[in-house]
Design a protein around this ligand. Structure first.
Ligand SMILES: C[S@@+](CC[C@H](N)C(=O)[O-])C[C@H]1O[C@@H](n2cnc3c(N)ncnc32)[C@H](O)[C@@H]1O
Length: 210
């Protein structure tokens, strides 16, 4: 997967994205937004897509959304205008792997169904940790692959197809735990199964206080 290829895939998804992926991820998004609003303050939503989550953040939270796909962002901008979301500070093009913000700019970094769509997930996680302030949190909803058994085999077999569509089906949770193990400034605060089908998790990663 390349970043340009992923952007193209989501430009193609943009017209139908909410129809196809709106209801199926609704409960997971609600759980992530609750977790983010519990901390509140400055929230960066990476891979904000069509902005489907934006109306659901608390009015007291200040939200910035970035994404690599212009066509997805056009939808997010239209939604922000249509619903007059005054707590949305900016909707901008931005690459999860090279965020255009200084260190510790945000209280919470949210990435919903994004890490398995990013070309280099570890690089994106490093960036999330960099722009999150000490004592803040990274809140992720993520696909988790089966790794073994029939489902694991099917997920690996589907990878060439799903990569062209902009996501991975074979995505081990060890990617997160291995990444956390390489760093002294983050820890796993929570992992919780979320619908649909138990193939997804809400993951909260705490950035240690300075
Ligand atoms: C499956 S969609 C999720 C969209 C939205 N977060 C949601 O809950 O429906 C994945 C999103 O991640 C974005 N994305 C993929 N790679 C990215 C990157 N390197 N930087 C920023 N956004 C990226 C895609 O353009 C797409 O909008």
């Amino acid at each position: 997967m390349t970043t340009a290829g992923v952007a193209l895939a989501y430009d193609r998804w943009a017209p139908v994205y909410d129809l196809v992926f709106g209801p199926v991820f609704r409960q997971g998004r609600a759980a992530a937004i609750r977790a983010a609003d519990r901390i509140g303050g400055r929230i960066l939503e990476v891979g904000v897509g069509t902005g489907i989550s934006l109306p659901h953040y608390a009015p007291s939270s200040r939200v910035t959304g970035v994404d690599i796909s212009e066509d997805m962002l056009d939808k997010a901008r239209a939604r922000t205008r249509r619903l007059n979301l005054s707590n949305v500070d900016a909707i901008r093009v931005g690459d999860a792997e090279a965020l255009d913000y200084p260190d510790a700019s945000f209280d919470v970094v949210v990435a919903q169904y994004v890490v398995s769509a990013v070309a280099n997930p570890r690089r994106a996680l490093d960036e999330f940790a960099r722009v999150c302030r000490p004592g803040g949190e990274i809140v992720i909803t993520t696909r988790v692959g089966a790794e073994q058994g029939l489902r694991g085999g099917i997920e690996r077999a589907l990878m060439p197809l799903t990569e062209r569509l902009g996501f991975r089906t074979d995505f081990p949770f060890a990617l997160y735990t291995d990444w956390i193990a390489t760093r002294s400034d983050v820890s796993l605060a929570e992992r919780r199964a979320i619908p649909p089908f138990g193939h997804f998790s809400l993951v909260r990663i705490a950035k240690e206080k300075a």
